[in-house]
Design a binder for this molecule. Structure first.
Ligand code: NAP
Length: 493
């Protein structure tokens, strides 16, 4: 942890954008370090990020509760092995008061643009107050962008979508005013979210038609309420830490299964192939349940109610891409499937990092233009030409095997050390282009050994063939590379 600020030292003014795990964690760590000169901007009216927005029925996390929380804001009160969305949201809601950052948070405040001023070496943020529409320009020494990878829902531009006559919404903007009782619901996109909300709405809906482009690998979920005894034990610091470590270590081992051709990948593939073959029968064809890609290409999902839901007589799986939408139907391969409600579980615009903000760095360079061939940052955190800008859950920091909270904590600690180095009016830090290029060459090289590069559809790649979302190794490897900033990687500008 960075040493506390000494009395009389000038601390940098820090803007944090977003109040998910990253933004709240960053604010809490700044305050712990004695840096109180920060403001947290949040465009919504409450904190919580993706766990506020994803309130769909059945929403839950596939990482165990005790690993899915900030290590420096522990939550001994988890009630289940795997947390549900309401429980995660309650935890996130509790963080501001517990860490003393409440007064630093500005709700309903959207950062539309940020511009680095070469003369004053500061960032000017254009902030819109969404409550009254006023726009202000506010100045900071450093900016932490904690907007994440999953904040902008993706709805495909399907022909005829605007002609559909019934309710239409995305899983991350669930319309709780629409009563699904007795409705004929079409679900487009069957991924991590759909396998949770489809079983949860199946009982109420009159029928469900699932429009699935690719099948998923779905494993059983070893979920259960934590017993009263376990919960008592988990109030003991040492026990809780050991339990957290054991979950992390178990999940860490799963990275080996993401290496193409590895023994673990082949073993896992065999296990799934045998299990999935059992699900194939008169109701479910092979195409409906057996993925046509290598294990690990898409997130391996966990659920106990997925295959039983698919077996229901009122649930139909339609394989293939959606051709067009009609006022009362979805057309696939020339066949119109009647539905009166459409739900999209089609994921997020996850490669558009920091969108839709305009970000202008040194000498007027535009961040999104410099990322036109795919986003990249040094360790996913700093970007050359954008001094004192720190990105959390940035390019190449997503995981397929372990908890993203671990990665966020590494990024928070790294950014905190950099920000701490600015105390006393030190000049801004700009990562050297050579350091950024070298770390990204290594990431892309290492990604080349994973299933994402070798055996998957083009999902994970940009038009130029780069992978910009996923980290290339274990979380331990990320920890080793980010345990402290290497000052020779930076210029003081
Ligand atoms: P997702 O897992 O990426 O699934 C999106 C689905 O939409 C896929 O089945 C995809 O098909 C389909 N799709 C996309 N465009 C389509 C189109 N034009 N026509 C038809 N189908 C289309 O998205 P998600 O379920 O929203 O989850 C997004 C991310 O949220 C996940 O990757 C995960 O990181 C996170 N998440 C995490 C948890 C958790 O427990 N931690 C839970 C839910 C979500 P293809 O596969 O063929 O592209």
């Amino acid at each position: 942890m960075a040493p506390p600020v000494r009395p009389g030292q000038t601390t940098p003014r820090v803007a944090i954008i977003g109040t998910g795990f990253g933004g709240l964690g960053m604010a809490a760590r700044l305050r712990q370090a004695g840096i109180d000169t920060f403001t947290v901007f949040e465009k919504a009216d409450s904190v919580g990020g993706t766990w506020r927005d994803n309130s769909y029925p059945g929403a839950a996390c596939d990482v165990p509760s005790h690993l899915y929380s900030l290590s420096f804001v522990p939550n001994p009160a988890w009630t289940r092995k795997f947390p549900t969305q309401p429980e995660i949201r309650r935890y996130l809601d509790s963080i501001p008061a517990r860490t003393g950052i409440t007064d630093h948070i500005r709700l309903g405040a959207e950062v539309k643009a940020m511009h680095y001023d070469d003369d004053t070496k500061t960032w000017h943020l254009t902030v819109t107050d969404l409550h009254n529409g006023t726009q202000t320009t506010e100045t900071f020494d450093a900016v932490v962008a904690a907007t994440g990878q999953l904040n902008r829902p993706h709805i495909p531009a399907l022909d005829g979508l605007d002609t559909f006559e019934g309710p239409v919404f995305h899983s991350a903007r669930w319309d709780h005013d629409v009563d699904l009782t007795g409705r004929h619901v079409g679900v487009v996109g069957i991924g991590a979210s759909a396998i949770q909300f489809v079983p949860a709405i199946a009982e109420a809906a009159a029928s469900l038609t699932l429009f699935q482009r690719s099948a998923n690998y779905v494993a059983p979920k070893a979920d259960a309420p934590l017993s009263a005894r376990a919960r008592r034990l988990l109030h003991v610091d040492a026990f809780r830490k050991a339990y957290r470590f054991s979950i992390w270590a178990r999940f860490e081992a799963r990275f080996m299964a993401l290496r193409d051709g590895s023994v673990l990948n082949k073993m896992g593939q065999n296990l799934f192939d045998k299990g999935l073959a059992k699900a194939v029968g008169p109701k479910l064809t092979r195409e409906m349940v057996v993925p046509d890609y290598t294990l690990g290409c898409k997130r391996i999902l966990i659920a106990n109610d997925w295959y039983p839901t698919l077996m229901r007589p009122d649930v139909e799986v339609v394989c293939g891409g959606v051709e067009r939408i009609e006022p009362d139907a979805v057309v696939v391969d020339g066949v119109a499937h009647p539905v009166d409600t459409l739900v999209f579980g089609t994921g997020f615009e996850s490669t558009g990092f920091l969108m839709p903000m305009t970000v202008t760095g040194r000498h007027g360079i535009d961040l999104h233009q410099s990322w036109a061939d795919g986003a990249e940052a040094h360790h996913g955190i700093t970007v050359s030409g954008f001094p004192n800008l720190f990105v959390l859950y940035g390019p190449n920091t997503n995981l397929g095997h372990n908890s993203i909270i671990f990665m966020l904590e590494r990024q928070i600690t790294y950014a905190l050390t950099c920000i701490r180095s600015l105390v006393g009016d030190r000049r801004p830090l700009d990562v050297r282009p050579g350091a950024q290029a070298a770390s990204n060459r290594r990431v892309q090289r290492d990604l080349g050994r994973t299933v994402w590069a070798t055996s998957c559809h083009s999902w994970y790649k940009t038009a130029t063939g780069r992978i910009t979302n996923n980290w290339s190794g274990t979380t331990l490897d990320y920890w080793r590379r980010t345990w402290r900033p290497r000052w020779s990687d930076f210029d003081r500008v």
